[in-house]
Ligand binder design. Structure first.
Ligand code: SAH
Length: 256
């Protein structure tokens, strides 16, 4: 078992793999001005187990959605949930990396991505994904964002080491413009979107620790303890600094 296997194990049964909620997904959806009955082609990138993918399929009733993630274990669960919800024929899962996508140029009506673009970086991600959208196609993406003008140095240092692209919304909006998008709406995910995810994760951490503290391989035990500790630290950090950062949800439209 590798460290990555353990991290996936910790997240496989959570509703989402990052901060977000049905309400926020619907709020973003409401900013998208498309006929919901059209035969749209949509990609949901870094979908995880795809709570929001199911919502996209419900809203866009004739759309074909390709849900992409690096890890088949998440995609298996999405397939199962899609089948249970009667949406299996319109959601196709694809194991691929977000920076190496198999779509044709200008073939998609919309790209959706919640809590995932940081894996390739926002600036790179929007520039790379833009080519797959049709002219006037839609991009809805959530990204870590500073939500106040100023912040404690300690927090800034942490994020500069972790993900130096964290920036105020004005920077993200400018980057979207430079990549050929018009930003139609932007909002900040509420704290409840984080606490819902972290509450669920906290419970999983306890089960996970219990399970892996009894693992036969001492290295796995140690890795699991380290992962549990790292996620606890992440949760505590959010509790302490939740006034300063969140995910911004950016809804944008490709110029031409
Ligand atoms: N969108 C989901 C999951 C967010 S967590 C939600 O909001 O619940 C980030 C997701 O990105 C994880 O599912 C992770 O497996 C996926 N991921 C990480 N690196 C990736 C890559 N290079 N390509 C595609 N998906 C990736």
């Amino acid at each position: 078992m590798t460290e990555l296997d353990l991290i996936i194990e910790l997240h496989r049964d959570t509703q989402r793999q990052g901060p977000g909620s049905l309400e926020s997904t619907l709020k973003a959806l409401n900013s998208v001005d498309i006929n919901t009955k059209d035969a749209l082609r949509i990609a949901d990138i870094g979908c995880g187990t795809g709570a929001h993918t199911l919502e996209l399929a419900r809203t866009f009733e004739s759309a074909q959605i390709t849900a992409i993630d690096l890890f088949p274990i998440f995609l298996d669960r999405l397939n199962q949930q899609a089948a249970e919800a009667g949406l299996g024929d319109r959601i196709r899962t694809l194991e691929a990396s977000m920076d190496d996508l198999p779509f044709e140029q200008e073939s998609l009506d919309m790209i959706w991505s919640e809590g995932a673009i940081y894996n390739m970086g926002f600036k790179n991600g929007i520039a790379y994904w833009a080519q797959f959208l049709k002219p006037k196609g839609w991009l809805a993406v959530s990204e870590i964002t500073w939500i106040t003008e100023e912040r404690p140095a300690e927090l800034e240092e942490f994020w500069m080491a972790e993900y130096p692209e964290v920036a105020p919304p004005s920077v993200k909006i400018r980057q979207l413009k430079e990549a050929g998008f018009e930003v139609v709406n932007y909002f900040v995910l509420p704290k409840s979107d984080w606490f819902h995810y972290y509450d669920e994760l906290s419970k999983k951490i306890e089960d996970f620790e219990g399970e892996f503290s009894r693992h036969q391989d001492a290295d796995v035990q140690e890795m699991a303890a380290g992962i549990a500790e790292a996620y606890r630290a992440e949760i505590n950090q959010y509790k302490q600094f939740s006034d300063y950062y969140s995910y911004g949800f950016y809804i944008a439209r490709k110029d031409s």
